[in-house]
Design a protein around this ligand. Sequence first.
Ligand SMILES: Cc1cc2nc3c(=O)[nH]c(=O)nc-3n(C[C@H](O)[C@H](O)[C@H](O)COP(=O)(O)O)c2cc1C
Length: 187
Amino acid sequence: MAKILVVYASDYGNTEKMANAVAAGVRSVATGEAVVRKAEEVTADDITASDGIVFGSPVHMGSMDWRVKKMIDTVCSGLWMQNLVVGKVGGVFATGSGFGGAGGGAELTLLSMLNNLVELGLIVVPLPKNTPGYPKGGMQWGPYGRSADENLQPVGVSDDALAVARLHGANIARAADAIRGKEIFAV
Ligand SMILES: Cc1cc2nc3c(=O)[nH]c(=O)nc-3n(C[C@H](O)[C@H](O)[C@H](O)COP(=O)(O)O)c2cc1C
């Protein structure tokens, strides 16, 4: 069974909804077990016990939430020093108000979290463009839920985005199950 840890930060519940949708997707796969943790609460044991790790963040000032980065720089960095997360599977998702037509930092938020996963030695699962619902719920880096309308009124993440998040969770569970226990990297 592939155990997937979903770590997120959220103030207004949108990223939390996406985290729960990713977890539901993990659990939709017969071999998938999901553990959902707030970034402030995650422990080193949560991470080492997982076959896959998913980071989720709201877009804050064009980049990832500080609590997610703090968790990476404190909890993950000690594991990074000992190479204890190398070869796990990883993925990311985000929500944002979507300031401006280009997403107001959504891509940078997803990419900066992916950069950290790669630094940790994880094998990253993308969001392929043939994923059902892709045009309304993500980009190649991972699911993205826009939580405001065009007038920047908070309307919440759409069911379409949540559906894409579920599919991403299922993909990550399958990928983690496929490589679990295999020696991928030469040492
Ligand atoms: C301090 C702060 C900064 C934000 N900066 C951005 C931003 O740069 N771009 C954007 O699209 N949304 C921005 N937002 C909006 C949030 O990303 C958006 O409302 C998100 O869905 C909130 O997630 P949550 O409900 O999980 O807290 C910002 C919100 C806050 C509170």
